[in-house]
Every structure is written in structure tokens, then in C-alpha cells.
Design a protein around this ligand. Structure first.
Ligand code: SAM
Length: 287
């Protein structure tokens, strides 16, 4: 197979010409090729209808290992060949999916949550397309949305949170200068959702304290949102690190920083106030 980086570079060049499939298909359409399906956060019921139908028809499901609930695999594709992508590089994954597809098998690539968030889906798609295998995305419920449902809050909340940041803390694969958590928290009206940061909650909070942020800023940590062992730990920038360490969670949690996590102090929205009593003109509104 072609070197994956060469495939990415070639795809970047090719994208100067518009991909006709962008106009021809809407998100949710079943298309030719290998679908990259968002499995959702864990509960099999949170897989989309289209995702479920594709998985049920699949001969080969390449999934994200322990990030995908085995209950979902058992419920919807027990008869398919199931392969975990954990520990496999592109050089192994791409030929596996390509060969199965070329043999006429129905192949599904199942990512946790939504493939567009920290999923590294595009590099697999570009490598497959370079090998002549079409691909497309079927969206899923990202874990931040499952966490906000668990917390019974909104990530945007009138008067409290006008913006949402999906981000991750510095570490082996993110340099310190590319860690922007402190800047998001500084903005004040942002709900900051940390992926890939369960093992580093205490260090992350220590950095926020060092940067002078209010120690009482609310933080909620939702472990395994929508799984049977889901757990919620609530606290503040000052207290949450110790609480997460005491619980022993090192992975699979979503950290929500900001006043929306406490869902207090918000104001009624214009939608069900001034907007509801508008004089008839149609325009875009919050829902
Ligand atoms: C490799 S990223 C994949 C994210 C995924 N694509 C999504 O949209 O949710 C893995 C991180 O997502 C978060 N995550 C995934 N599933 C989760 C769940 N059920 N509950 C809480 N966080 C979850 C954790 O922060 C974990 O470290």
C-alpha cells in the first residue's frame, strides 16, 4: 500500500478540485464504500438508526476496542467478524479493510462517539481512498453530548455559556504551547469539554490554579457516560483533582469545566420570551 502520509498529501492536493460527493450526498445517506460510523458514547440505544442498520449488515466490523461498548457489538453484529483497531497502525488497518472490501464483504469502521472528534478517521479514509476504496462518515453522538445529558444541563446556557470548546490537555501527543484550556476558561462564558484528559485531571486543574483562575469554578467529570457503570464526580477547579484520583479513573471520562456544569445563574432565553412574541418575520433562532 502507499505510504499513509503520501496518501494524506495526495488527498490534500486533490481537494483543490471539489469532491463531487459533497454535493451529491447529504449526511445520513448510505453511500458506496466503507462507512465510518459513530458508535455513540456507549449505550447501544445511542447509535443512530443508519449506523445500526449498517453494522447489522456488516461482514467485518473494525471497532475502537474498549471505547465501544461490547454490549453494542453483541446486540447488533454478533455474527460479523469483529476486529479491534487498538494497537494496529495504518499499515495494518488499511489493507485489512481494503482487502475485505475488494473481496465484496460489507465493511464498517466503527469509531467511538462521533468520528469527527479525536477519532483520527480522516487519515484512514484518505489512505483507503488512495487505494481506490470509497469511504464516508455516518455521524454519532459525541461523549460531550452524553455527558451534558447525564448532567441534565446544556453546554450553551443563556447568560452563562455562549460558547463550547472541545479540547484536550497537553501530554505526549500535544505540546504545552498547544494546550489552550486556560484560555478557554479565561473567556468566562465558555463550557470547556476535555477529552483524553481523565488521567491528568489533577495536573490540568493545578495549571488552571497556577494561571490564577477562580478555584470555585465548577467542574464535572462524567466517567463512561451512558454505560452501565457510568459515574459522575462533581467539584470545582480546586477540589475535582483529588476526587477523581480517589475514584481511580484514568481513562474514559469527559471533564466539563464552567458554570454550565452547575447549571445555575442562567437567564430565560429570548426564544421563549421576546422571540415568541415577535411580529411574524421568520429568522434563525435558538431551539
Ligand atoms: C479517542 S477520544 C474519542 C472521542 C469520541 N470520538 C467521541 O466523539 O466521544 C476518547 C476520549 O473520549 C472521551 N470519551 C469517550 N467515550 C466516553 C464516554 N462514554 N464517557 C465519557 N467520556 C468518553 C474520553 O475523554 C476519552 O478519553
Amino acid at each position: 500500500m502507499t505510504d499513509p502520509q503520501d496518501a494524506i498529501d495526495a488527498a490534500t492536493d486533490d481537494r483543490a478540485d471539489r469532491d463531487e460527493r459533497i454535493q451529491a450526498h447529504a449526511a445520513g445517506d448510505v453511500q458506496d464504500g466503507i462507512p465510518f460510523v459513530g458508535a455513540g458514547p456507549g449505550d447501544p440505544g445511542l447509535l443512530t438508526v443508519t449506523g445500526r442498520e449498517l453494522v447489522e449488515d456488516a461482514d467485518l466490523v473494525v471497532h475502537a476496542g474498549s471505547l465501544v461498548n461490547s454490549e453494542l457489538l453483541d446486540a447488533y453484529c454478533a455474527d460479523a467478524e469483529q476486529v479491534s483497531s487498538i494497537g494496529k497502525d495504518l499499515e495494518e488497518l488499511v489493507p485489512l479493510m481494503r482487502d475485505a472490501y475488494e473481496d465484496g464483504r460489507d465493511v464498517v469502521r466503527l469509531h467511538s462517539g462521533d468520528p469527527a472528534i479525536y477519532g483520527a478517521a480522516l487519515e484512514q479514509m484518505d489512505a483507503l481512498e488512495h487505494e481506490g476504496v470509497p469511504t464516508y462518515i455516518v455521524p454519532g453522538v459525541t461523549s460531550a453530548f452524553a455527558a451534558s445529558a447525564t448532567l441534565r444541563t446544556q453546554l450553551t446556557l443563556n447568560g452563562v455559556a455562549n460558547h463550547v470548546a472541545f479540547t484536550r490537555p497537553q501530554g505526549k501527543t500535544l505540546d504545552a504551547e498547544d494546550d489552550h484550556i486556560s484560555e478557554f476558561v479565561e473567556m468566562g462564558d465558555v463550557t470547556t469539554c476535555l477529552y483524553l484528559g481523565t488521567h491528568a485531571v489533577a495536573e490540568t486543574m493545578d495549571r488552571l490554579l497556577d494561571d490564577g483562575h477562580d478555584p470555585d469554578t465548577p467542574v464535572a467529570v462524567v466517567y463512561h457516560a451512558s454505560w452501565p457503570d457510568e459515574d459522575v464526580i462533581e467539584g470545582t477547579i480546586e477540589t475535582i483533582g483529588d476526587r477523581v484520583e480517589a475514584a481511580g479513573y484514568r481513562a474514559s471520562a469527559l471533564v466539563v469545566i464552567g458554570d454550565a456544569a452547575r447549571k445555575a445563574g442562567y437567564e430565560r432565553s429570548y426564544l421563549y420570551d421576546g422571540w415568541a412574541n415577535r411580529d411574524g418575520s421568520e429568522s434563525e433562532a435558538d431551539d
